[in-house]
Write a protein that binds this ligand. Structure first.
Ligand code: NAD
Ligand code: UDP
Length: 339
C-alpha cells in the first residue's frame, strides 16, 4: 500500500476511547499476562485509560482477541500471542501476571498444562521481573484456602486443600505460584504483590466457561433449567469485575508485599443465587439439581479487613447491580449472534 492509501485507511478506522496524557516520568510500561481474558481485558482497559503503555501476552486458551480489539493499533497498546510456559524477555516497569485458566472445566481440561502454566509461567515472569527490575503482581485465588475450615477466610489462614483431587492442578498450582513469588522476593529481592481473588463476574466472562454466573445467566436467557450442582447449600461471595480492577491497581501501587484478599463479602447459597438470577432475568425457568463436583468447597467468604486497612479498598458495586450489567452484556451478545 502507498502511504496515501495507508493514511486513508488509518483515518477510517474507528476512533479510540480518549486516554489520559501522562508525562514520560508518570507513564509506565506494563505487561499483563492473560490480558485477553475476562479480568485481564478489564484491567487493560483501565491501564490504557490511565495513559500507560500496555503489552498483553496471551495464548488465547480461554481469552479472545475480541476482548481487547478496541485497542488494536493504539500506539500505547501491543498484543502478543505467547505461552507463558516459554520464557519471554521485554523491558517493562510492572507485570500483572494473570495468565492461567480460571474456571473448573477449563483448568481441569488439561491439568498438567494448568500446573505447567502456574509453575513454569510464574517462574518465567518472576525471572523476567528479576532481570528487568519490574514490580510483579500475582493474581492468586481464594482456592488456596481450599474447602475452608475457617469462615470467613482471612489471609492468615493456611487453607485446606486436597493435593490429589481434581481441583489440585489449580489450587496447588496457585499455592506454588505464591511460594515462588515469596522465594524470589526473599532470595532475589524481587518487588512482589499477591492478590487472592474471590469469585468475580462481569461482562466478557466466557459464556461457555462453566462458572456459575455465566451458566445461570445463559440458561435463564435461553429459558433452560438452571443447573444447581449438589443441594445448593454451598456458598460463594461474588464481586463485580470493576471492584477487582480497582483493588489490583491499588495493590500494585502500594508498598505492601503480604497477600491481600480481594472479594465482596456478600455471601449467597448457590440456591439463593439461582433465585436472584431468575428474578433479574425475569424468566420462569425451573431449577434442576445435578451431582455435586468432587471437592467442591462448601463455603467461601473473604475477610477483607486487610484490603480495607492497607488499600482503603472495599467493593462499591452491589451484586444485583453487577448482575444487571452482566445480563445486559450477554443479551447484547446473543442479539448480535455472537454467542
Ligand atoms: P480467563 O480464563 O478469562 O483468563 C485467563 C487468561 O489467561 C486467558 O486470556 C487465557 O487465554 C490466558 N492463558 C491461560 N493460559 C495461558 C498460558 N499458558 N500462556 C498465556 N496465556 C494463558 O480467567 P479470568 O477469570 O480472567 O482469570 C484471570 C486470573 O485471575 C487467573 O490467574 C485466575 O486464576 C485469577 N482469578 C480469577 C478469579 C475469577 O473469579 N475470575 C478468581 C480467582 C482468581
Ligand atoms: N455451580 C452450580 N451450577 C453451575 C456451575 C457451578 O451449582 O452450573 C456451583 C459449583 O458447584 C460451586 C459454585 O457454583 O459450588 C461456584 O462454582 P464456579 O465454578 O463458578 O466457581 P468455584 O467453584 O471455582 O468457586
Amino acid at each position: 500500500l502507498d502511504s496515501n492509501t495507508m493514511t486513508i485507511f488509518y483515518l477510517h478506522q474507528k476512533s479510540f476511547l480518549p486516554v489520559k496524557s501522562l508525562s514520560q516520568k508518570e507513564k509506565k510500561r506494563i505487561l499483563v499476562t492473560g490480558g485477553a481474558g475476562f479480568v485481564g481485558s478489564h484491567l487493560v482497559d483501565r491501564l490504557m485509560l490511565m495513559g500507560h503503555e500496555v503489552i498483553v501476552l496471551d495464548n488465547f486458551f480461554t481469552g479472545r482477541k475480541n476482548n481487547v480489539s478496541h485497542w488494536m493499533n493504539h500506539p500505547n497498546f501491543e498484543l502478543i500471542r505467547h505461552d507463558v510456559v516459554d520464557p519471554f524477555l521485554i523491558e517493562v516497569d510492572q507485570i500483572y501476571h494473570l495468565a492461567c485458566p480460571a474456571s473448573p472445566p477449563h483448568y481441569q481440561y488439561n491439568p498438567i498444562k494448568t500446573v505447567k502454566t502456574s509453575v513454569m509461567g510464574t517462574i518465567n515472569m518472576l525471572g523476567l521481573a528479576k532481570r528487568v527490575k519490574a514490580r510483579f503482581l500475582l493474581t492468586s485465588t481464594s482456592e488456596v484456602y481450599g474447602d475452608p475450615e475457617e469462615h470467613p477466610q482471612a489471609e492468615t489462614y493456611w487453607g485446606h486443600v486436597n493435593p490429589i483431587g481434581p481441583r489440585a492442578c489449580y489450587d496447588e498450582g496457585k499455592r506454588v505460584a505464591e511460594t515462588l513469588t515469596y522465594s524470589y522476593m526473599h532470595q532475589d529481592d524481587v518487588d512482589v504483590r499477591v492478590a487472592r481473588i474471590f469469585n468475580t463476574f462481569g461482562p466478557r466472562m466466557n459464556e461457555n466457561d462453566g462458572r456459575v454466573v455465566s451458566n445461570f445467566i445463559m440458561q435463564a436467557l435461553k429459558g433452560e433449567d438452571l443447573t444447581i450442582y449438589g443441594d445448593g447449600s454451598q456458598t460463594r461471595s461474588f464481586q463485580y469485575v470493576h471492584d477487582l480492577v480497582d483493588g489490583l491497581i491499588l495493590l500494585m501501587n502500594k508498598d505492601y508485599t503480604e497477600p491481600i484478599n480481594l472479594g465482596n463479602p456478600d455471601e449467597y447459597t448457590i440456591r439463593e443465587f439461582a433465585e436472584l438470577i431468575r428474578n433479574e432475568v425475569n424468566c420462569s425457568c425451573n431449577i434442576k439439581t445435578l451431582p455435586a463436583p468432587t471437592d467442591d468447597p462448601k463455603k467461601r467468604k473473604p475477610d477483607i479487613t486487610r484490603a480495607e486497612q492497607i488499600l482503603g479498598w472495599k467493593p462499591r458495586w452491589p451484586v444485583k447491580q453487577g448482575i444487571g450489567e452482566t445480563v445486559k452484556y450477554f443479551q447484547i451478545q446473543m442479539e448480535a449472534d455472537l454467542l
